[in-house]
Design a protein around this ligand. Structure first.
Ligand SMILES: NC(=O)c1ccc[n+]([C@@H]2O[C@H](COP(=O)([O-])OP(=O)(O)OC[C@H]3O[C@@H](n4cnc5c(N)ncnc54)[C@H](OP(=O)(O)O)[C@@H]3O)[C@@H](O)[C@H]2O)c1
Length: 255
């Protein structure tokens, strides 16, 4: 991996795994205890966030798998929309040894919590079971109108939080995560949740992977839903290039 550009002290050139973890470390929570939220997407050169199978797995590259795992290793919480959970078959987060070692060195809890946002609560209780070995906690943040299998989810070990309203209030989610000490938040999508987080002014960083392929088709962009009344502006914080021709861009919100 080569660091092409960095707004911090890091100099351009080849970058070690340790230095990569350092430059992707989250900013600490601010004095008021607000969360820091990073969104992470992979997109093709022609702007699609999924391949022919409707998933992101078919547009990933080996280096993107690594950076995706690094983001997880550096976060207290993963925030994800139920559409992505259903499309990608999400499960409780399991970690490789290097991710566990990194979390211990960074003073983080053993596993990030997987927080799922769903108005309907329609999520398969299998989400509580990691795909392999032990895994982290799962929390479903839903509404009072939810008609999904909430009892089965609770029986499977999922912490179910019901908030008032037709939709899930994202500022209320941010407060909940802050109260629970989950200040380093990684949002893994999807596009509807991403759009709503931007509308609520909760996105501090955007991590965008450019996968070196073109797929055409009707794939989505990283946001979906009504246009924002005003654009949100971001500045490039760092750029990296991997041997497999993948580009990694990290943007931070401009004041
Ligand atoms: N390339 C990438 O990096 C990447 C990353 C993520 C996802 N994706 C792709 O994106 C596609 C899914 O798109 P999507 O827009 O459906 O994803 P999504 O935002 O994860 O899911 C939408 C669903 O999430 C819940 N939700 C989101 N925001 C909410 C809010 N503010 N309040 C209440 N509920 C909320 C709702 O669930 P309920 O219906 O249960 O109420 C809603 O129907 C998949 O094809 C996936 O592969 C790609």
């Amino acid at each position: 991996m080569q660091l092409l550009f960095s707004r911090s002290a890091a100099a351009p050139g080849p970058i070690s795994a340790d230095a990569l973890a350092t430059i992707y470390r989250h900013e600490p929570a601010d004095e008021e205890g607000r969360i820091r939220l990073r969104t992470n997407f992979v997109s093709t050169l022609d702007g699609s966030i999924s391949g022919a199978d409707g998933r992101s797995g078919s547009i990933n590259t080996p280096s993107d798998h690594y950076v995706f795992a690094l983001h997880r290793a550096l976060s207290d919480a993963i925030l994800v929309g139920a559409g992505t959970v259903r499309a990608e078959g999400y499960r409780a987060v399991d970690l490789a040894d290097w991710q566990r070692d990194l979390r211990a060195a960074e003073g983080l809890s053993a596993y990030p919590t997987l927080n799922i946002v769903s108005a309907s609560g329609r999520v398969d209780p299998a989400v509580a079971t990691p795909a392999a070995g032990p895994g982290g906690p799962v929390c479903l943040i839903t509404t009072e109108r939810a008609d999904g299998p909430l009892d089965e989810l609770r029986d499977a070990g999922v912490d179910v939080v019901r908030l008032p309203g037709e939709s899930v209030s994202l500022p209320a989610v941010a407060n909940l995560l802050a109260e629970r000490g989950q200040s380093r938040v990684l949002c893994e999508g999807g596009p509807q949740l991403h759009r709503d987080l931007l509308a609520a002014d909760l996105v501090d960083e955007v991590s965008l992977t450019i996968s070196p392929m073109m797929v055409a088709g009707d794939g989505r962009r990283s946001t979906r839903g009504p246009a924002l009344p005003d654009p949100r502006h971001f500045g490039l914080h760092q750029a990296l290039h991997a041997e497999d021709e993948t580009l990694f861009l990290l943007y931070r919100r401009r004041a």
